[in-house]
Write a protein that binds this ligand. Structure first.
Ligand SMILES: [Zn+2]
Length: 156
């Protein structure tokens, strides 16, 4: 949470929604920005979803969240197979976690939880790559601040 209080007051030049739309258009990704109940990317619909506070946010903190999701959209270019497998692993991972906790306490439940964690952990390189894509397209004057926010968010 320190990262929110540290970077929320640092203002960017544009709102996160404007930034996201500009970058997606610039890189001709075919994705558009839409308001959502959580932040994420729907590859099937070619949509980057951002919550209202993030969309309207002008701080470096909000910019970082939008940039990470934009980074996922940019991964679609040339890394489609990786995007599909990472998303599959994540979905399966959460499925095994839910199943594991439902079956707990039992060895089957324990195994299911471990498998779930392993699948979710296997997507960390994919998340790190989204941050790399994000840092390539952010305003250079905020790159170092954004790197710190993205690092803090991905280790939490
Ligand atoms: Zn992500």
């Amino acid at each position: 949470m320190w990262v929110y209080f540290r970077f929320r007051p640092i203002l960017a030049e544009e709102e996160a929604e404007v930034f996201a739309e500009r970058v997606l258009r610039l890189h001709m990704s075919g994705f558009r920005v839409e308001r959502g109940w959580r932040n994420g990317v729907s590859y099937a619909d070619r949509v980057v979803r951002l919550t209202s506070p993030v969309m309207r946010g002008r701080s470096v903190y909000h910019l970082a969240i939008a940039a990470h999701e934009v980074g996922h959209a940019l991964q679609w270019r040339g890394e489609e197979a990786w995007v599909r497998s990472a998303n599959g692993a994540l979905t399966a991972g959460f499925g095994f976690l839910v199943l594991g906790f439902a079956l707990a306490p039992s060895s089957l439940g324990g195994g299911s939880v471990l498998l779930g964690y392993a699948l979710v952990a296997s997507t960390y390189p994919f998340e790190a790559d989204a941050n790399r894509e994000a840092l390539n397209v952010v305003p250079p004057q905020h790159r170092e601040e954004l790197r710190k926010v993205l690092q803090a968010l991905s280790s939490s």
